[in-house]
Design a protein around this ligand. Structure first.
Ligand code: DC
Length: 226
């Protein structure tokens, strides 16, 4: 394997991409980039500045005003919007909705894809998102399409929220996951799809450790040119 490499991990919401991507990065001594956080930061900008999420032209017009930066504290990614650390605000439900809206806009995608390529220059990087293997890094050394049954993804999210003390219904979460899958897969620009040369990891019935073993076996094979 060349000294600098990129690993692209794409897949639907709730497939557990970030958990495995972070561990893989650590194991390979590479950086980890959560590209979803960048779309979320742009979504937050639109919310804070009263830009209608229904208005693609207005989002495109304002896209250039949202400067997204990424810095690292140890291995932890911190995401900045116009110089302000917004990491703690990005998982709010309204920011999730806003991120889906901005992700449909060409000007936003173009700016963020350029930024992602810049961030990757000269370093080994594990990246997760929706279009990494298809658009951002079509030449990534390793491409994984990580997925799981919608029921399993909904159940994981449900358990996570219950553990945090939130009262939610499984049906509601399931419906939300199905709706977000649809939005990701049917958008006109860079829809979520498996790259032709990606390897599918369906982790519906796998533990994180099993996924790591699966990953490292394949990575070693690629690294040895087999
Ligand atoms: O992975 P996430 O839920 O944090 O992503 C937030 C939104 O950004 C979601 O609507 C999908 C979109 N996204 C994208 O279109 N392309 C990426 N590379 C990453 C995320």
């Amino acid at each position: 394997m060349s000294k600098v490499f990129s690993v692209a991990i794409d897949g639907p919401v709730g497939a557990g991409k970030s958990c495995v991507a972070k561990k893989v990065a650590e194991r390979l001594n590479a950086a980890y980039l959560d590209t979803g956080a960048m779309y979320r930061a742009v979504g937050l900008y639109m919310l804070e500045n009263g830009v209608s999420l229904e208005d693609g032209a207005a989002i495109a017009e304002n896209a250039g005003k949202a400067r997204v930066d990424v810095r690292y504290e140890g291995r932890e990614q911190r995401t900045y919007l116009n110089g302000r650390d917004v990491t703690g605000e990005l998982r709010r439900p309204e920011v999730s909705l806003a991120s889906s809206a901005v992700a449909k806009v060409h000007a936003v995608r173009e700016a963020l894809v350029n930024r992602q390529r810049e961030l990757a220059r000269g370093i080994s990087l594990v990246m997760d998102g929706r279009d990494i293997g298809t658009v951002v890094f079509p030449n990534a050394e390793m491409k994984i399409f990580m997925t799981a049954d919608p029921e399993v993804r909904a159940r994981r999210r449900y358990d996570e929220l219950l553990a945090k003390g939130d009262s939610v219904s499984l049906e509601e979460i399931w419906a939300n996951i199905v709706a977000r899958d649809k939005a990701d897969m049917t958008r006109a620009i860079s829809p979520l799809r498996q790259a032709d040369d990606a390897v599918v990891l369906d982790n519906s019935h796998m533990t994180v450790e099993e996924q790591m073993t699966w990953f490292m076996e394949r990575f070693d094979r690629i690294a040895c040119g087999r």
